[in-house]
Ligand binder design. Structure first.
Ligand code: ATP
Length: 731
């Protein structure tokens, strides 16, 4: 059996600094080589100083000295073989720990692991000392045994996180780990109208599901997905699900385990400048495989998907499935509310020639072909106050509000002392500036956490160690890390002070009402040196967490939430698997799930439920933004409204007309779920091959002039290498 010699550092708590004085005072080792089994970077080192750098202050560290480098290498090999350990983290520059000058808050209720993750072992918390503010605590901290004696068994424990099919540079999946962190949304009982929609989906109908903000579209969709997945369970494949959710933004796709529309199609924004013909000639192998298995395509936030993009998706699926049926004959469910946010750009690229054209239609022509069943949820759940619901509905319908209604909206509200009215703004730069300015105004000490990002190939093979594989893998890893920086919802740099207004970005404790979107204020920082890791935390998760703590500190912000609860906020590891060709990569960001919340962008707030918000007319430039802003809050008492012209309506008249003219299904009818309209038979799953396939694209004509000639079937060429295009995807 391999013997592990642990230095067993006596860690002295000097605030947040681990003082390794026992180690420092000990005789220096004079061995020829050292193996670091547990440390910042593991492996063989030929000098004590290098070895020491890896273990100094590293919790549960373990090393052993050897008389020769050969012996050390053998021991290292044996260790790796016996533990099946593969290098998972890149070596890091470890900054010096910050001096402990944090304010510890008295009598705070620390993070409760039982609430956070049902199966997790209870964390051991030491009673917190409460030294005078800005003074280091002087009691020595002891790691709990389970942490200090990290064993080889623990290191070898395979990462049990589910493998997810990912596309390179897909922001959606970079955030995927969120739900894997025990963040199950609190369950609700579906209303009869919501249930009717779920039942309708199970008949195989193509559906457009809409409803006012807060009417439970997302809740309904979740149940729909669950039921559909169950139906197709046997045909499922971990890489290519039969039920695929796609959304135009990562933030919308994330909570539903979806992909971005671009990622699903294997395109990037530049791809849209190419004629459709060329896109179809270069379909990626992974896209083709995914579409081949697909039975149901769910497009969330459909109002933000450009019409030409939807048409492109239609033709992509037709081409791959070689069927003229809309979307190649699979079931399509469109979800969204056109009263909320439209596509980000007012223009789009023509599908035939790639030229820029104005986005001037509410819905895409392909909607007709889909023979959709139009369903609208009527009951609003986010707001209980019917008066407020009425005001929101008026804005939604483009009606001018009465003066008394404006008075009610603009009335000065008395918010609870700890409440944070988040200012909802249009421009991200304004949001950042506003938050930084407010943070700068606080006279308390700033504490910072840098996100720990990691990307590495799973299962290193011998060929990976040599060029060109070696270089290619390094480049891929860098690409994934760059994408984390660019897209991840958790901030790269989190700067907080006592007094900072924050919003929670994960479902910390749904039972206690601490969920994604909960608002609060930082009231102190807690030293979490004595926290032990969770039993069910995978090795990879634990390593990320260790590295994050080593890079930053053991201090974690303590937040008093608007509902009166005070919690210490632990870091979260949001990890995902990404696939490039045959290779799989681990990609993860570790960070504290908070963001400054004096202000938030309206786009970011879409789908969120906030208790307190301030919406001002300044900078609102899209129809629907006022509606999205106002409809985020649960009650009028939590809403501050300033600066709006009382006369103007701010809803797109085309949207209003579309909603007025559409014949919505009556969801209260008991016979509503069986398909009342004849759903396209050609669209039934597995029957696409029955019809003759006619490719629906020609040359460079503008859509208005397109005639669809009867051409022989178009053969889609498969681009075997995902690598060629992967750099483009950064666009
Ligand atoms: N049947 C229900 N019973 C109780 N609460 C519900 C129900 N359906 C939805 N809710 C609650 O209403 C709120 C809004 O739900 P949801 O986010 O699904 O609405 P939405 O229509 O997707 O909103 P938006 O368009 O603003 O994103 C959530 O807090 C949700 O838990």
């Amino acid at each position: 059996m391999l013997y592990l010699h642990s230095t067993r550092l006596t860690t002295t708590k000097l605030g947040n600094r681990l003082c390794t004085n026992v180690l420092m005072g000990r005789k220096r080792s004079t061995k020829a080589a050292y193996v670091v089994f547990i440390g910042r970077t593991r492996g063989v080192f030929t000098s004590w100083s290098e070895c020491e750098a890896q273990i100094h202050g590293y919790p549960g560290n373990s090393q052993k000295g050897f008389e020769s480098a050969a012996e050390a290498r053998t021991a290292w090999k044996e260790f790796r073989r016996s533990t099946q350990w593969t290098p998972s983290l890149t070596p890091l520059e470890i900054p010096d720990r910050l001096p402990a000058q944090d304010l510890l808050t008295k009598n705070i209720d620390l993070f409760d692991p039982k609430e956070h993750q049902a199966s997790s072992r209870k964390r051991n918390f030491e009673a917190m000392n409460t030294p005078s503010p800005l003074e280091p605590a002087s009691e020595p901290a002891r790691y709990k045994k389970s942490n200090q004696n990290a064993t080889t068994r623990e290191i070898a424990k395979p990462n049990k996180s589910p493998e997810l099919k990912l596309e390179p540079s897909d922001p959606t999946y970079l955030q995927k780990g969120e739900l894997a962190n025990g963040e199950e949304p609190a369950s609700v009982k579906l209303t009869s109208e919501q249930q009717a929609v779920v039942d309708m989906a199970l008949t195989g109908a193509n559906i457009f599901l809409t409803g006012a903000a807060g009417s439970g579209k997302t809740v309904t969709l979740r149940e729909m997905i669950r039921r559909l997945q169950k139906r197709y369970q046997s045909k499922n494949n971990s890489d290519h699900p039969c039920v695929q959710v796609v959304a135009p933004t990562g933030i919308a796709a994330l909570p539903l385990d979806g992909k971005t529309t671009f990622s699903f199609a294997g395109w990037n924004p530049d791809s849209l400048q190419q004629p459709m013909e060329r896109l179809l000639a270069n379909v990626r192998k992974s896209t083709r495989e995914a579409v081949d298995r697909l039975r149901v395509l769910i497009i969330e936030e459909i109002s933000m998907v450009e019409n030409q993009f939807l048409e492109r998706l239609n033709r992509l699926l037709q081409s791959i499935l070689m069927s003229n049926a809309p979307f190649g004959g699979i079931q399509v469910i469109l979800v969204g509310d056109f009263h909320q946010l439209p596509p980000v750009k007012p223009f789009e690229n023509c599908i035939e020639c790639g030229e820029m054209m104005v986005h001037d239609k509410v819905i895409a022509p392909v909607w007709d072909k889909l023979k959709l069943r139009f369903v609208k949820l009527e009951q609003i759940h986010r707001q209980k106050d019917t008066g407020f619901q009425g005001v929101l509905n008026k804005i939604r319908n483009g009606q001018v509000l009465e003066n008394s209604e404006w008075d009610e909206l603009e009335r000065t509200k008395e918010l609870p002392p700890q409440a944070v009215a988040t200012r909802l703004m249009s421009l991200v730069n304004d949001v950042t500036r506003f938050n930084n300015r407010e943070l700068g105004r606080l006279n308390t000490q700033v504490r910072s956490w840098k996100a720990f990002d990691v990307s590495n190939k799973k299962r290193t093979e011998d060929a990976d160690k040599f060029d060109p594989r070696c270089q290619m893998i390094a480049q891929k890893c860098q690409e994934f890390k760059d994408a984390l920086m660019k897209y991840h919802r958790l901030p790269t740099d989190l700067n907080l002070k006592v007094g900072a207004k924050v919003v929670l970005l994960s479902n910390l404790s749904p039972k206690s009402g601490l969920v994604n979107g909960s608002q609060g204020e930082v009231v102190g920082f807690a030293d979490t040196t004595t926290w032990t890791s969770k039993d069910d935390e995978g090795t990879y998760q634990r390593e990320c967490a260790d590295q994050f703590t080593t890079m930053n500190s053991f201090w974690r912000p303590v937040v008093r939430f608007a509902n009166g609860q005070t919690k210490t906020i632990p870091h979260v590891v949001q990890s995902s698997t990404k696939i490039s060709g045959e290779d799989r990569y681990h990609v993860a960001r570790t960070q504290i799930p908070l963001t400054l919340a004096w202000a938030l962008s309206i786009h970011k707030s879409q789908g969120m439920t906030l208790q307190y918000a301030e919406v001002s007319s300044r900078g609102l430039f899209e129809t629907g933004q006022l509606y999205v802003g106002l409809s985020r809050v649960t009650s009028l008492e939590g809403l501050i409204v300033t600066g709006f012209s009382r006369e103007k309506t701010v809803m797109d008249p085309d949207v209003i007309e579309f909603y007025e003219k559409t014949a919505w299904e009556d969801l209260s009818r008991s016979d509503v779920s069986p398909s009342t309209e004849s759903k396209t038979e050609a669209a039934a799953p597995n029957e696409w091959w029955k019809g003759d396939y006619v490719p629906l694209f020609v040359g460079k004509a503008h859509p208005a002039q397109v005639k669809y000639p009867q051409l022989p079937p178009f053969k889609t060429e498969i681009c075997d290498s995902d690598e060629e295009d992967s750099q483009d995807e950064q666009g």
